[in-house]
Design a protein. Structure first.
Ligand code: SF4
Ligand code: SF4
Length: 474
């Protein structure tokens, strides 16, 4: 016999994006054009311009940002790093994280509401297009709009998503290859076309269907707010002391004449209707709040209309909104900047010393050295030369002091952004050896006249008399 099973009835929503029965709650937030909206619009235009332009801008002949995952070369503003430069890349990543921690401690989720591409493109590109085609009144929601409007809207979404996918991929494949793919036939670049089509599909999925759920369900940054914020951090907050008890306009007069206290909130719910994540800020600070300040703009307009001072919802801290002054001392505001200073200092030194040519001695195969009758020692040497520049370079090896090159000076040409090995022998004297090895230097000079000294480990006899004719690698 089948068990009788009914879903528990909940008093409130589990997620702001779900209805009580578990179906998707589609957000169609109203427009609220106030001072914060105008400021965010300016920031959004600037960010979209920068994001679109960065792969095209050249610094020292290189793209401003190029994350070439195929060759694992990462270019930032004229400097290219390899994936092997793990220390540098690790410090760079930690610097980014600590900066985010500091910004969050100071300004709350300013990044989410003002700078995140998800918010910028959704609120200032996709949502306005939707409002343009579907309107903001009774037609809101695709159900009420004529078919041609819906088709035109999805066509516009497709064009925008294709452009966005092109820009996004340009960061990873470069603008030259991107242009080649775009101007070529898809049949000539099937893999590239599949990559492009997949990226467009992802953009459409995110900005047309998934939307605010990326912020409320997926994004790990949102999940970390409880540890990144404290009671002194800047947040969007409702002034409960001023707003409560709430009273609709119709009730206010009655309550006021009977000398009952009424707060400034008139229960118009405009702050909820404009919220892109569907929450009610009057319930307090919530994980879903991306600090976009839409509710501030909406409430300020309401307050102005009813003749009250704006700021019932405002940027403040949890302390200040509850009437407690902000703490003047916060450990995290000492710790994060100190850590950031250390990281940026280390990063600056590492980048300043970032070598254009990397030379390493490799292990040789076969006999480690040959002892001559005159007491000279000839040792084969092998060097790996990595040319990290964007032009082919020629290198010639010269001996220094008592380390002489056997035969002609060895030279090699190394292609841009690649490495090659060069083999040669050095001549020393057995008298300079002890314990089977010694150190000595050679000079590597390139065609631009740049000279670099390389310290070698040179294999030789175990003592000055040259009692051994072959030895082990030290
Ligand atoms: S917009 Fe302002 S007045 Fe209206 S419900 Fe929200 S807090 Fe109250
Ligand atoms: S509560 Fe206000 S600030 Fe937070 S997401 Fe909603 S509209 Fe934006």
């Amino acid at each position: 016999m089948a068990a009788d099973f009914t879903l528990p009835q909940l008093d409130s929503r589990v997620l702001s994006t779900l209805n009580a029965d578990g179906t998707r709650r589609w957000m169609q937030p109203r427009d609220a054009r106030g001072k914060y909206w105008r400021a965010r619009l300016s920031v959004a235009i600037a960010l979209i311009a920068v994001f679109t332009a960065l792969p095209w801008i050249r610094i020292s002949g290189k793209p401003a940002i190029f994350l070439d995952v195929m060759t694992r070369h990462f270019t930032f503003f004229g400097t290219t790093f390899r994936s092997t430069e793990t220390l540098l890349l690790a410090i760079l990543m930690i610097t980014v994280f600590v900066s985010i921690f500091l910004i969050t401690a100071l300004f709350g989720r300013a990044w989410c509401g003002w700078g995140c591409p998800q918010t910028v493109y959704l609120e200032f590109v996709y949502r306005p297009i939707e409002r343009l085609f579907l309107g903001t009144g009774s037609m809101r929601g695709t159900g009420g709009a004529p078919l041609w409007r819906r088709i035109a809207m999805y066509a516009a979404f497709l064009v925008i998503s294709a452009h966005l996918a092109n820009t996004f991929l340009a960061y990873f494949v470069g603008t030259d290859r991107m242009m080649e793919w775009t101007l070529g036939q898809p049949a000539n670049h099937p893999v590239a076309f599949a990559l492009f089509a997949g990226t467009v599909a992802l953009m459409l999925f995110d900005f047309v269907f998934f939307r605010e759920q990326l912020c409320t369900i997926v994004c790990p940054y949102g999940r970390m707010q409880s540890v990144l914020l404290d009671r002194n951090s800047l947040v969007v907050a409702y002034d409960r002391l001023r707003g409560e008890p709430r009273a609709r306009v119709a009730e206010r007069k009655k309550r006021e004449t009977s000398a009952q206290k009424v707060g400034d909130c008139i229960e118009c719910t405009m702050c909820v209707q404009v919220c892109p994540t569907g929450i009610d800020i009057r319930d307090g600070l919530q994980l879903e709040c991306i600090h976009c300040a839409q509710c501030i703009d909406a409430c300020d307009q309401v307050m102005t209309r009813i003749g009250k001072a704006p700021g019932l919802i405002r940027y403040s801290s949890q302390n200040r909104i509850e009437g407690t002054p902000n703490s003047s001392f916060r450990y995290r505001l000492l710790l994060y900047p100190a850590l950031l200073l250390l990281l940026v200092g280390t990063l600056t030194v590492l980048i300043a010393r970032h070598e254009q040519v990397l030379i390493e001695q490799e292990r040789t195969v076969g006999s480690n050295f040959t002892l001559g009758a005159d007491g000279s020692v000839e040792t084969p040497i092998r060097l790996l030369i990595e040319n990290r520049t964007d032009a082919a370079r020629s290198f010639t090896v010269h001996g220094i002091a008592d380390v002489a090159i056997v035969g002609e000076l060895p030279s090699i040409q190394v292609a841009p952004s690649s490495a090659a090995s060069i083999a040669f022998s050095v001549r020393t004297t057995s008298a300079s050896f002890g314990r089977g090895s010694r150190h000595g230097s050679v000079l590597i000079r390139d065609d631009l006249g740049v000279t670099q000294a390389e310290i070698l480990s040179i294999a030789g006899p175990f003592n000055a008399t040259g009692s051994m004719t072959t030895g082990d690698w030290p």
